[in-house]
Structure formats: structure tokens, C-alpha cells
Write a protein that binds this ligand. Structure first.
Ligand code: NAD
Length: 499
């Protein structure tokens, strides 16, 4: 057993050299072995890092679009060439299988590619002669120091939803990754220096609530982009906005997949298994509630059970389909939900607690689990489980299914499976959810659209990346200009009117 590595903050392109007052432990979830000791930032350390970012911001915001674009292209190239190493870091601390980790890095890379088009994205409008000899035009400028606070489940991709766009827009960034798996985000952050970004524009502080609170209340932090569970997202939104910051806080989810009787049930069964158990259900876009419109539930469940029998759960580096959960405590919490489901009367069709795992004895494994006849008042339905537990709810009609989905307090993602274009079109219009799949189970928008849910899945009004990301990370100005012309002299105290 090797001794745990020290993991610290990244400030002005270099590892922090101070001594941490507090630390936490980082584990390999497939073995249970402690692999890292993480420095946790105090409020004073966060203050130092914000000051570094603030000092670097002005010069970076004055850098030409050509300069900024060249850094973004270099970053994109470096990330592409290092993506396998980053994926390995994700698997080592998060546990997801290597292919899945690589997929996450690739989706993050796409946001960097989108940000490479920043000269086009920042173009404003220009109206010549809005009034006689008067031109009006708009420009967008950077905010200053922006904070990004990310969750454990996409340690590389979620920070990348924000950071390339924030930097392209001329801001300086302080990232606080999840304390459970910080190494991938640190490795990606280090690439910015190699790409030619001036020191201090990209920084990482590791920490917990103390660091988050310091960012939320620091007067030089102008915006906060948060992704995590709903209670913390709500807290971050309320605290950040109370301190005058622009906040986008993406929260938890309970994603439904509605299967109509005319759907291709093999396609639907594949999709339910892939979206329910990929990344051990630790995706904010995972399907956790399958809503089957009768009479298809029995047939669909039997197809799902067949497919579940072929899944291998184990160490993500060894070719398994599904890895462990992120921590022992989280595995035990999810297993507790399985027990609660049985107690509340749901039918346990496949019990993930009783499977064999292809990994170390100390790994935090729990196999794919399937419940049938779940009711809306059961805990396994009303709460976000965030593990490999799929619940089937049986309904009698499209309308009943729609009502169920719309009554849920979350509104992140949803999917409909059907061969009826009219029903799908009705669903996209009537469902109160931010991201919708039509025969697509995990409808994560591409980088040039924006990612975000409705209701308790997002606090604030800006979604992540796409043009909403560019707007979030900039402030607009409108200029009304007239160059001197003697015909416009003279006093006039009236409100300006366009002539
Ligand atoms: P979490 O809320 O526990 O942690 C998220 C971040 O908040 C971390 O950086 C953490 O250090 C910090 N944090 C934790 N407790 C805090 C506190 N008391 N005060 C201030 N900050 C605190 O979430 P997680 O367990 O890391 O991630 C899983 C959750 O994230 C799930 O609920 C999932 O649905 C959600 N998620 C949502 C999206 C989305 O796009 N809506 C995407 C990914 C994950």
C-alpha cells in the first residue's frame, strides 16, 4: 500500500506552498484505499486566492480576442492530447468505468471548442442612424473574478461547462471542486498555464463549506456557478444573491422516462438500463423513474431484467460495465434506500445488495437494483437516490404519466419513448422539465445549446454553456453615439426622441 499523496490548491499556475489548517481524505472507491490527503482552504486562504485572481483579471480582460482565442485553441489541443490521463484520474477517485470517464472529458472538451468561437459569440449589435446621425451599439464585458463550485459526479466535465467560457469572456476563475475527487479538475486546470493563460487567471481552491462560504461572501467574487444537490444549491443561490452576486445554481434531479404502449420495447429496455445504471446512477441526468403506460409494464420489466443479468459491476479499470459508488457512506445511504423501498411495499425485482463484484473487497460496490410497483408517496420515489436504483411506476395513460412527472418537484431531464410523433410533440410542449429526450434517454444538450433544468433542479435564470453561458459571464452595455455636427447644437431639456 502506497502512502497517500498530498493534494493542494493551484494558485497562479503553481501548487500552493502553505500549510493547511485542515485536511480531508481522498479514496479509491474500487479498493477502499486512501490515496490522497487534501488541503482544505480556510477563509483566509480563499481570500489570498481571490486576491491573486483579481490582480490577474484586468490584464486578461484587456487581452485581444485574438490572444484569448489562441489560448483557447492551445488549451483545447492539450486537453485532447491528455484526455486518457484525465479519465484515469477520474476513475481512480470517482470510480466510474474508464470509457465513461473518457466520455465525460470529451463532453467537457466540446465546451472548450464552443468557447474557441468567442470572437463571434461576443459580437454585439450595431444600428446605424438610429436617430439622425446617431448610432447605437452594444458590447459585452467581463465580470471580474468568477467562482465555480462543482460536485463529485462529473469532476472534469462540470467545471468545464463554465470555465472555458468564463475565461474566453475575459474573467478570472476560482474553482472549488468536490473534495471527494479533486485531482481531475486540478489536472485540467494546470493545462491552462501550459496553454499560455497568464498566471492567476485560473485558480483552484480545495475545500468544504468554509471555502464555499468564503467565496459566496467575498466582495471581489462577482458570480457563482454552482452544481450539486438541491438543498446546497438553494443555499448557495440565496447566500450568493444576498451578497450581490450573479448566481446560477444547478441542483438535484429525479428524471422520468415515460414509455408509451407503442414504443419499441427493446430500444426502451436498452435505454432504461443504460441511463439507469451508467456511472452507477450517479448522473444528474440518470433515469431513476421509469413510467410504464399499461399494458406494457410486465413485458418491459422482463426485457430489463434480462439485460441487467448481463451487467458486470466492479473496478472501473478492468472492463466492468458499472463501477463502485463514490464513498462508503454514499453506498450505505443508497443501500438504505433499497431497504426502505422493500419496507414501503415496492416489489424488489433485482437486489443489487446480493451480487458478486469484480473488484477489491474494500470497494464501495452496490449492484444494479430494480423496483416495480413503486408509488409516488414512497421514499424511493420522492427523494433523489443518486445510485443504481431504477423504480418502475405503472400508469394507465399518457395523461396520468404526464401529471406524475409534472407533479415532481424536480425538472432536470426526462425522456419519452414512443413511435407516435404527435404524442412526442405534445410531451415536449406539456412537460415541465428543462431537458427532454425523444427516444433518447440522456438528453444532455450539446455545448452550443444550454444545460439546465426547471423547478428544484436550477436556481437562477441562466443555464450552463451555450449562449446563456456567454451572457452569464459578461455584462452588457449599450452605447448611443453622435459625432459632432453643428446642426445638433442648442438647448433642449425634453426627453431624447429619435428623429
Ligand atoms: P453536494 O451538494 O454535496 O456538493 C456540491 C458542492 O457543494 C461540492 O463542491 C461540495 O464541497 C459543496 N458543499 C457540500 N456541502 C456544502 C455545504 N453544506 N455548504 C456549502 N457547500 C457545500 O453534491 P454532490 O454530492 O457532490 O453531487 C451530487 C449532487 O449534484 C446530486 O444531487 C446531483 O443531482 C447534483 N448534480 C446536478 C447537476 C445538474 O446539472 N443539475 C449536475 C451534476 C450533479
Amino acid at each position: 500500500m502506497t502512502s497517500p499523496t498530498r493534494i493542494t490548491h493551484l494558485v497562479a499556475g503553481a501548487p500552493w506552498t502553505g500549510t493547511a489548517e485542515r485536511t480531508s481524505e481522498v479514496f479509491n472507491p474500487a479498493t477502499g484505499e486512501q490515496t490522497g490527503v487534501l488541503d482544505l482552504a480556510s477563509a483566509a486562504v480563499v481570500g489570498e486566492v481571490v486576491a491573486t485572481a483579481q490582480a490577474a483579471w484586468q490584464e486578461w480582460s484587456d487581452a485581444s480576442l485574438a490572444k484569448r482565442t489562441s489560448v483557447l485553441f492551445a488549451f483545447r489541443h492539450l486537453l485532447d492530447s491528455r484526455k486518457k490521463d484525465i479519465a484515469a484520474l477520474i476513475t481512480a477517485e470517482h470510480g466510474k468505468v474508464l470509457d465513461d470517464a473518457l466520455g465525460e472529458v470529451t463532453r467537457g472538451l466540446e465546451v472548450a471548442e464552443f468557447a474557441c468561437g468567442i470572437p463571434h459569440l461576443l459580437k454585439g449589435g450595431f444600428s446605424e442612424n438610429a436617430s439622425t446621425n446617431v448610432d447605437v451599439y452594444s458590447i459585452r464585458q467581463s465580470l471580474g473574478v468568477v467562482a465555480v463550485i462543482s460536485p463529485f459526479n462529473f469532476p472534469a466535465m462540470v467545471p468545464m461547462w463554465f470555465i472555458p467560457i468564463a475565461i474566453a469572456c475575459g474573467n478570472a476563475v476560482v474553482l472549488k471542486p468536490s473534495e471527494k475527487d479533486p485531482s481531475a479538475a486540478l489536472a485540467v486546470a494546470a493545462l491552462w498555464t501550459a496553454a499560455g493563460l497568464p498566471d492567476g487567471v485560473m485558480n483552484v481552491v480545495n475545500g468544504d463549506k468554509e471555502a464555499v462560504d468564503a467565496l459566496l461572501t467575498h466582495p471581489d467574487v462577482k458570480s457563482v456557478s454552482f452544481v450539486g444537490s438541491t438543498p446546497i444549491a438553494r443555499y448557495v443561490y440565496e447566500t450568493g444573491t444576498a451578497h450581490g452576486k450573479r448566481v446560477q445554481a444547478l441542483g438535484g434531479a429525479k428524471n422520468h422516462m415515460l414509455v408509451l404502449p407503442d414504443a419499441d420495447l427493446d430500444l426502451a429496455a436498452d435505454a432504461a438500463v443504460n441511463a439507469g445504471f451508467g456511472s452507477a446512477g450517479e448522473r444528474c441526468m440518470a433515469i431513476s423513474a421509469l413510467v410504464a403506460v399499461e399494458p406494457i409494464a410486465d413485458e418491459l420489466i422482463s426485457k430489463i431484467v434480462d439485460r441487467m443479468g448481463k451487467l458486470r459491476t466492479g473496478d472501473g479499470t478492468t472492463g466492468s460495465d458499472m463501477g463502485p459508488l463514490v464513498t462508503a457512506a454514499h453506498r450505505d445511504k443508497v443501500a438504505g434506500y433499497v431497504a426502505a423501498g422493500v419496507e414501503s411495499g415496492a416489489t424488489l425485482v433485482v437486489d443489487g445488495r446480493k451480487q458478486e463484484f469484480d473488484g477489491g473487497a474494500g470497494g464501495y460496490f452496490l449492484g444494479p437494483t430494480l423496483f416495480d410497483r413503486v408509488e409516488r408517496d414512497m421514499l424511493i420515489y420522492s427523494e433523489e437516490i443518486f445510485g443504481p436504483v431504477l423504480s418502475v411506476l405503472r400508469v394507465q395513460s399518457y395523461d396520468e404519466g404526464l401529471e406524475l412527472i409534472n407533479a415532481n418537484p424536480y425538472g432536470n431531464g426526462t425522456a419519452i419513448f414512443t413511435n407516435d410523433g404527435g404524442a412526442a410533440r405534445r410531451f415536449q410542449r406539456e412537460v415541465e422539465v428543462g431537458m427532454i429526450g425523444i427516444n433518447v434517454p440522456i438528453p444532455v444538450p450539446v455545448s452550443y445549446y444550454s444545460f439546465g433544468g426547471w423547478k428544484n433542479s436550477l436556481f437562477g435564470d441562466s443555464h450552463a454553456h451555450g449562449i446563456e453561458g456567454v451572457h452569464f459571464f459578461t455584462r452588457g452595455k449599450v452605447v448611443t453615439s453622435r459625432w459632432l455636427d453643428p446642426s445638433h447644437g442648442g438647448l433642449n431639456l425634453g426627453f431624447p426622441q429619435n428623429t
